[in-house]
Design a protein around this ligand. Structure first.
Ligand code: HEC
Length: 216
């Protein structure tokens, strides 16, 4: 190919990239063609791009978060109350449906029953603390302390090993009575669960359930 022709092709490509592509993007944005309705689900392509971006961003940004030594039984209980106050409406729980309006979100908030098999405790902590852009998953850094977020993570981890009816049982015992959240923890009226609360190896150890029993 003559050198001059190659130069012309290159020049054409540069013009296209510098002018035509941005103009196309600008026209697309201003045209209103893209349907932003939450009632209109993402295409498979958009879903793949956003979800993959999210997974890899969480993995990258959560690297290096130190894991607390262990999650005590009392913490699991506090985590339950925090989850009841802040998370269950969107995410539901075992035998507890999400609020109906949560199904109107796009993406729909997933149930978190198997979330501990997808994410490490540090990743769960990062997600809850920072939220996920453009999905409706809020950042809790402004309303929950790091300790409270670890409580919720501990609760999610412990739930994995507890019978599925536990959530509804704890709920029916009204252990979070007066717990308007985000703090203080359940008061004197609350009794710790009779079931042993066993944090998993992933959270790094055994539960001193005596600590739960020692609560006022
Ligand atoms: C207003 C609704 C809403 C509330 C309240 C909410 N979330 Fe979410 N959450 C979402 C949505 C939507 C997603 C999905 C994000 C996505 O698909 O990338 C999500 C995703 C997550 C994920 C990742 C799940 C997965 O398997 O990919 C975790 C973990 C999570 N939320 C934890 C929490 C915790 C803990 C709380 C309470 C402190 C909470 N969320 C409160 C809407 C909510």
């Amino acid at each position: 190919m003559p050198r001059k022709k190659l130069l012309h092709i290159l020049l054409g490509a540069v013009i296209a990239i510098v002018f035509i592509v941005p103009l196309g993007v600008y026209s697309f944005v201003k045209s209103g063609i893209y349907n932003v309705a939450a009632a209109h689900p993402h295409t498979k392509f958009t879903e793949w791009i956003t979800h993959e971006t999210m997974i890899h961003a969480v993995r990258r940004h959560s690297a290096g978060i130190p894991l607390p030594g262990y999650i005590a039984g009392a913490q699991v209980l506090r985590g339950f109350c925090t989850y009841e106050t802040h998370c269950v409406a969107c995410h539901g729980a075992a035998a507890v449906a999400r609020e109906q309006w949560a199904a109107g979100m796009e993406p729909t908030p997933p149930y978190l029953l198997d979330t501990t098999s997808k994410w490490t405790p540090q990743q769960l902590f990062w997600i809850a603390k920072n939220g996920i852009k453009m999905t409706g998953m809020p950042s809790w850094r402004g309303s929950l302390s790091d300790g409270q977020i670890w409580d919720v993570v501990g609760f999610l981890e412990a739930m994995r090993d507890l019978p599925p009816q536990t959530y509804v049982q704890w709920r029916s015992r009204r252990m979070c009575g007066g717990f308007k959240g985000p703090w203080p923890a359940p008061g004197p009226a609350s009794t710790p669960p009779a079931e042993p609360v066993r944090p998993t190896a992933a959270t790094g150890g055994s539960a001193p359930s005596s600590k739960a029993a020692a609560r006022p």
